[in-house]
Design a protein around this ligand. Structure first.
Ligand code: NAD
Length: 490
């Protein structure tokens, strides 16, 4: 494994994400040998902790995440951790931080490589970035990288304001916008599948593909996140980022090479050819939902901290169209929601049926052939399934759909890094492939804003789907109208 030298500074270092994901992921990188002697971690937040307490918390978070972890290694690992109480809005504090950062840099010989990870409320992102620059925390000899959590704005205008602030301190190639879906094995595997297989890429267009379906289904409800979620909703929380990222990887042209710069160019081109709807088209092509009670679950509006008259969308389904030569006429149907039947993410690529069904001749024109469907399972298990037609054994001549399945086995699964581990590794490496660029973010918001604005102007009739279902009837009707249906149904 390549060993990197860097100093990490985690803002929001006492927060939930840092404890649950970031420190355990960093430890995994350490165990894999990506971090050796020359790294240090500075945790910072408002809480008045000291180094000893911080190290205890990190140790506990490793234990909670990896019960079998080598705790002797963890003991050595946490010696690299330091804590500084700091209010990000108080400029004077940055001078103290600068001294500490420079001291740790020398002590651990991190070569001036600095990673600033903002794991706190987004309203602080811009201010922190600008202060880091103005107070002299950016490295002069090594590399400085800024990692920021989602959400990136709440619409195009707020995203643009945030980006302008970030750009006042960091260049685009120093900014790593986290989209943890991009850290998932199977999302990255889309590229291997498409560009590593002749038969896939040669059929990957509107001559052979009828439609593409993307489902990000969650079983849980809003839990205790109503404060954030009720102001965001499924469209902004899931479609603008994760779904757009998946869609652009499915739709893009072949990159010249598999480098971050080349992949970005193609994703941006794809998003540029995504049709931005008029409000009337948005009303036709997007539907929303909010979950209602079933035997065991309550209405979304009865969840803790949700207003009784909330019009928030906990479900969205929509049809996306690309105006380019490859995809003209091929709808990309997407859906995501909370309190659906199960927790999974899958992509179903539905191929056109043969132009002529010779097996139906001459008795009937009713074809019995099922479409070929290539399913990409993203989670919980990674894998593929290909639906083909084969002859049913026996005297007669009938066909039936069969499935070629590949599921990642347990050994492979253990080798698979967690999304945050992979994304932290990419940040150390300086590889931006799995992060969202500003152009991608801005095109995605431009598309989503029309729909959100339309929805904000109308009062929906909620709740409109039962917990444990696959969403409102309108989601099925969206496809029925096009004489299609969701491949995954209950
Ligand atoms: P959290 O509320 O648990 O933690 C917030 C942190 O910010 C705390 O450490 C707090 O002390 C610190 N903080 C607040 N105000 C401060 C100030 N003025 N100066 C210095 N520090 C201050 O939040 P979280 O759940 O860890 O989320 C962090 C970020 O990650 C957010 O952007 C969130 O949207 C994103 N995120 C979280 C999750 C998750 O699972 N928790 C998932 C995806 C994205």
């Amino acid at each position: 494994a390549t060993e990197y030298s860097s100093l990490f500074t985690f803002f929001g270092g006492t927060g939930d994400l840092a404890k649950r994901k970031l420190y355990p992921s960093l430890f995994k990188l350490y165990v894999r040998g990506n971090l050796g002697e020359h790294f240090a971690v500075l945790g910072t937040a408002r809480d008045s902790w000291d180094d000893a307490h911080f190290r205890d918390v990190v140790t506990e978070s490793i234990q909670a995440d990896q019960p079998d972890a080598d705790m002797h290694a963890a003991e050595v690992f946490v010696k690299h951790f330091y804590y500084l109480a700091h209010d990000v809005t108080d400029k004077a504090h940055y001078a103290v931080m600068k001294d500490l950062v420079e001291k740790l840099d020398k002590q651990y010989e991190t070569k001036g490589n600095r990673i600033f990870y903002l794991s706190m409320a987004p309203r602080f992102f811009g201010e922190v970035a600008l202060n880091l620059k103005s107070e002299g925390l950016l490295s002069e000899d090594g590399s400085s990288r800024l990692v920021i959590e989602k959400p990136f704005g709440t619409d195009f205008d707020t995203a643009k304001t945030l980006n302008d602030q970030l750009s006042g301190a960091f260049t685009e190639n120093q900014i790593y916008r986290i989209d943890h879906y991009l850290g998932k094995e199977m999302v990255q595997n889309i590229q291997a599948l498409r560009f590593g297989n002749t038969f896939v890429e040669s059929l990957w267009n509107n001559r052979y593909i009828d439609n593409v379906q993307i489902t990000l289904s969650e079983k849980l409800g809003v839990e205790d996140r109503a404060g954030y979620y009720d102001t965001a909703g499924a469209l902004r929380d899931m479609v603008q980022n994760h779904i757009m990222q998946i869609v652009s990887q499915l739709a893009m042209e072949q990159p010249v090479a598999f480098t971050d710069a080349d992949v970005r160019v193609e994703k941006i081109k794809a998003l540029r050819s995504l049709r931005v709807y008029s409000p009337a088209e948005a009303a036709k092509n997007f539907v929303r939902g909010q979950y209602g009670a079933n035997d065991t679950e309550v209405d979304y509006r009865d969840e803790p901290n949700v207003p009784k008259d909330s019009a928030n969308d906990t479900f969205v389904a929509g049809k996306l169209l690309f105006d380019n030569y490859r995809w003209s006429g091929v709808p990309f149907y997407v859906r995501t929601g909370k309190r659906l039947a199960d927790k999974f993410t899958r992509i179903d690529v539905v191929f056109k049926k043969p132009l002529i069904d010779i097996f139906a001749f001459p008795q009937s024109m009713n074809t019995t052939l099922a479409p070929n469907v290539l399913t990409i399972y993203v989670e919980p298990n990674s894998g593929f399934s290909l639906q083909l037609n084969a002859k049913t054994a026996g005297q007669g001549f009938e066909t039936e759909p069969i499935h070629l399945d590949f599921q990642q086995d347990v050994a492979q699964k253990e080798e698979t890094p967690e999304p945050y581990e992979r994304l932290l590794h990419d940040t150390l490496k300086g590889d931006q492939t799995n992060f969202a660029s500003w152009n991608e973010v801005s095109y995605a918001w431009t598309f989503v804003d029309v729909i959100q604005k339309l929805w904000d102007s109308e009062t929906p009739d909620f709740p409109n789907y039962v917990s444990g279902s696959m969403g409102p009837a309108a989601s099925d009707e969206l496809l029925q109208r096009d004489h299609r249906s969701w491949i995954y149904r209950l």
